[in-house]
Design a protein around this ligand. Structure first.
Ligand code: 13P
Length: 251
């Protein structure tokens, strides 16, 4: 049975102090969320070590939002997978559309980063999703399929057990426009089919596929009720502990 996960992506928000308070509130409320739902918070790099301390002893796992594409060395300003592990992370998000759009993150780079993360023992939340233009041109299945193929087809079935996919339609991120449950489900089902074609039905059935894009307490239940939606990657609503926990309780 694949795992259900609700993950919060704080993006570039909160001071360290605010992040610690938010993590405390999430950790305190985590015990009241369904046992079969895993919780993850993806904090900014500067916050990771402090947030890790707060999360100790709770079921909430810590994630980064990105990692460097080199193991170590003269790469000023970058943060390596080894640093993330030493800060207490067990996950990293990779390929978020904001990184693809603003920081030139390519599928090729994501293969390198995913490999480094897996080798360091981190789980990877790989984001995929089409933008508005691609959706309006009816290319959404094609775009998402090629993102999955370009990155994940370089890994083995065994490595897939450490990878979670997050479908985040760019037009739904931070816009208040959620994909309808049907729109999300048809892409999730497509992703699972693409994975089945490469890795076999068992791996595809075991892969957790999250939905992200204006997911909030009022719409989470309907989204999570879909057969191929295994939880959410939450942006704005993850900055309020009550909303984040309420989303986790939508199962
Ligand atoms: P919002 O929930 O703010 O739309 O952000 C979604 C997201 O990008 C999570 O990674």
């Amino acid at each position: 049975m694949r795992k259900k996960i609700v993950a919060g992506n704080w993006k570039m928000n909160t001071s360290i102090q605010e992040g610690v308070e938010l993590a405390k509130a999430v950790a305190a409320g985590a015990a009241g969320t369904p046992e079969n739902v895993g919780l993850i918070v993806a904090a900014p790099f500067t916050h990771l070590a402090s947030v890790a301390e707060v999360l100790k002893g709770s079921k909430v796992e810590l994630s980064a939002q990105n990692c460097a594409d080199h193991e170590k060395g003269a790469y000023t300003g970058e943060v390596s997978v080894g640093m993330l592990v030493s800060a207490g992370c067990s996950w990293t998000i990779l390929g978020h559309s904001e990184r693809r759009q603003y920081y030139g993150e390519t599928d090729e780079k994501l293969v390198v980063k995913t490999r480094l993360a897996l080798e360091a023992g981190l789980g990877v939340i790989l984001c995929v999703g089409e933008n508005l233009e691609q959706r309006e041109e009816g290319k959404h299945f094609e775009v998402v399929t090629s993102q999955i193929e370009n990155v994940l087809f370089n890994f083995t079935a065994e490595e897939m057990s450490k990878i979670v996919v997050a479908y985040e339609p760019v037009w739904a991120i931070g816009t208040g426009k959620t994909a309808s449950a049907e729109q999300a489900e048809e892409i999730h089902a497509c992703i699972r089919k693409v994975l089945a074609g490469k890795f076999g039905e068992e791996v595809a059935q075991d892969t957790t596929i999250l939905y992200g894009g204006s997911c909030k307490p009022s719409n989470a239940k309907e989204l999570f009720a879909q057969e191929d939606i295994d939880g959410g990657l939450i942006g704005g609503a993850a900055l309020k502990a009550d909303d984040f926990l309420a989303i986790a309780c939508s199962y």
